[in-house]
Ligand binder design. Sequence first.
Ligand SMILES: O=C(O)CCC(=O)C(=O)O
Ligand SMILES: [Fe+2]
Length: 332
Amino acid sequence: MNVNVQALSEREGAAVPSQFIRTMQEQATFSPHDDFCEQIPVIDLAGLSDNQQENTITMASIASASEDWGFFQVINHGISLALVESTQKLAKEFFNLPLEEKQKYAQNPNDPIPQGYGHGSCMPESTILDWHNLFLHYFLPLSLKNISTWPHKPAAYRYYKMLEIFSRLLGLQPNYLKEEFGDPMLNIGLIFYPPCPQPELVLGLGAHSDPNIMSVLLQDEIGGLQVKKGNKWVGVAPVPNALVINIGDQLQVVSNGRFQSVEHRVVTNTSAARLSVITFLHPNADVMLGPALDLVDASHPPLYPTTKYSDYRRDFHRKGLKGKVLVKPAGR
Ligand SMILES: O=C(O)CCC(=O)C(=O)O
Ligand SMILES: [Fe+2]
């Protein structure tokens, strides 16, 4: 049973439906939501450091919290406030959507492992219902990670938003690129660039354009990513909390040269290591990709051949990072 508890809570003055009412014994144990217990431990994980003494103390407090309470809070856990806040904001936006939208992701109670929107009490009819709604995702094992159960709205939930934006910008149907690229592949690279005694002699990463649809880069504060603009290499400034998005070759191909996958490279420096975390969005390996037919006519002939993505990628890896070798720069 999928119960819209949110809607129930919005019915002004209405009594709680009977299926939610707890037994008298349970009601007798009620205590208000802001009645807090000060003793539940709060542990500073910064203490898990190289300092032996601090480390020992912190480990001991985790042990005793686990033994005595089975519950504790942690601070300095390493997850940024910004990430925490943006996750909370996104989740609230989802729950504030109209029911019809949320129901598109309704859990299937017959699914042995239900995912999606619903109500925690997919339980026998007689169970007293809980007063909540939820959205459930699985991430591990990877075989259970089913992106088709993830919401389309709010848009930030999915990468596909960018594909929708690109489709619209090209004057194509909003779903065009998503459909064209098929069931995508997503991979993440962590790249560490150590300092180099002679940075002028090396490249952290040779010049190339990305063979995929697009890449999203979280760079650190060091800098070193350079983009080819005309005949010049220009640096991409690190901006706190920003993500760098770059167009890949397949967007150039499908857009028939309207979008450019630009050559880029990474230079190192003598003093500071640099770390990049980069997410690559690829088309499905089996799809055939060429200029979108709607973008081709007598005055806009196709600029690129149609190629199977797995073949394109294989050639990319065979050639190595040697500039923009597979598709010529878009003509501008
Ligand atoms: O580390 C960077 O800034 C860029 C990495 C990159 O271009 C790539 O892995 O394709
Ligand atoms: Fe790249």
